[in-house]
Write a protein that binds this ligand. Structure first.
Ligand SMILES: Nc1ncnc2c1ncn2[C@@H]1O[C@H](COP(=O)(O)OP(=O)(O)OP(=O)(O)O)[C@@H](O)[C@H]1O
Ligand SMILES: [Mg+2]
Length: 260
C-alpha cells in the first residue's frame, strides 16, 4: 500500500520538524521593571525592558557602570524579584519562581563577584553544579576550558586563599559544568589575564549550546556576539548585530554610545 506508506513518511517528517522547533529554548522578557525604595524615595533600576533570546545564540549585554546589566541577569536568575513585568521561559512565566526552581529549569548565572564557600572544595562545587559526580578526566575537561589544571585545583578549598582570577575561572567552570539551557556570565573577563582572555573569547565563540548571555565591556567579546544589547540608565537603548552596534559604541569604553 504505497499511499499509506507515503502518508506515514510525511507524518514522520512533519513530527520531526515540529519536535525540532518545539525543543528550541526561548527566553522572553516582557515589560520588566525593577525598583527599590530608598530614603530619598523610589529608585528605578530597570525600566520596561523587552527582550527575546533565542537558542544557540550568543548575546552580549553592555552599557556603562550602573546601567543595570547585573540587575537584569539577577532578575532572570531569581536572585532579585521584579517589580513588574514577566520573564517567560519556553512559554512558561517563571517570574514568580525562586532561584532553585529556576536553576532546575536550566537557568545558570556566573556572578560578577564570585562567591566563596567555607568547607567546600572545587570538585564538590562542580559536582553540585552538574548534579552528578565527575571523574578526573571530566574535571580536567571542564577546568582546562577555563585555563586551570584539574589536579592542581580539584582539592583546593573555595576560600579567599584562591586568587581573584582563580575564583573567577572556577565560577565560570561551575557554569560550564551545569550545562544549562540558559547560561549567563557576568563580566567573565574581570580579573582574567590576557593569555587566558584569548581562550575565554574562543570558549564563548564555541559555546553554541542553549542561550548564552554575557555581560561585557570587552570589544573582543562584543565582536563575537550574535547580538549586542546596550543598556543605559536601566533601559535598552540599542540592540542588533555586531555590524550594526559596534560602530555606535565608543572604542575606549565599549558600552557607551558615541556622542558624535
Ligand atoms: N538593592 C539595591 N538598592 C539600591 N540600589 C541598587 C540595588 N541594586 C542595584 N542598585 C543600583 O542599581 C544600579 C544598577 O546596578 P547594576 O549592578 O545592575 O549595574 P551594572 O550595569 O551591572 O554595573 P557595573 O558595570 O558596574 O557592574 C546601580 O546604580 C546600583 O547601585
Ligand atoms: Mg554589574
Amino acid at each position: 500500500m504505497p499511499f499509506v506508506k507515503q502518508f506515514f513518511n510525511v507524518k514522520k517528517f512533519i513530527d520531526l520538524i515540529v519536535k525540532k522547533n518545539y525543543n528550541k529554548n526561548m527566553l522572553e522578557i516582557k515589560n520588566l521593571s525593577y525598583s527599590v525604595e530608598e530614603n530619598s524615595g523610589r529608585k528605578d533600576i530597570l525600566k520596561d525592558i523587552n527582550l527575546t533570546f533565542e537558542d544557540n545564540k550568543l548575546y552580549v549585554i553592555t552599557g556603562h557602570n550602573g546601567s543595570g546589566k547585573s540587575s537584569l541577569l539577577k532578575l532572570v536568575m531569581g536572585i532579585m524579584q521584579k517589580s513588574s513585568g514577566q520573564i517567560i521561559l519556553d512559554g512558561e512565566d517563571i517570574s514568580n519562581l525562586g532561584i532553585t526552581q529556576r536553576a532546575q529549569k536550566g537557568i545558570c548565572y556566573a556572578f560578577q563577584q564570585p562567591v566563596t564557600f567555607k568547607g567546600l572544595k572545587v570538585k564538590d562545587l562542580l559536582d553540585i553544579a552538574a548534579g552528578q559526580s565527575h571523574n578526573l578526566a571530566q574535571m580536567c575537561d571542564i577546568l582546562s576550558k577555563v585555563g586551570l589544571c584539574a589536579k592542581d585545583y580539584i582539592d583546593r578549598f573555595l576560600d579567599d586563599k584562591l586568587s581573584g582570577g582563580e575564583l573567577k575561572r572556577i565560577e565560570l567552570a561551575q557554569a560550564l559544568a551545569r550545562e544549562g539551557k540558559i547560561n549567563m556570565f557576568d563580566e567573565p573577563e574581570a580579573g582574567i589575564d590576557l593569555w587566558s582572555f584569548e581562550n575565554l573569547t574562543s570558549l564563548f565563540d564555541n559555546l553554541k549550546k542553549g542561550i548564552t548571555i554575557v555581560v561585557s565591556h570587552q570589544k573582543r567579546i562584543l565582536e563575537i556576539a550574535d547580538e549586542i544589547i546596550l543598556l543605559s540608565d536601566g533601559r535598552v537603548v540599542g540592540q542588533g548585530s555586531g555590524k550594526k552596534m559596534l560602530p555606535l559604541l565608543d572604542d575606549k569604553s565599549c558600552g557607551r554610545l558615541r556622542r558624535d
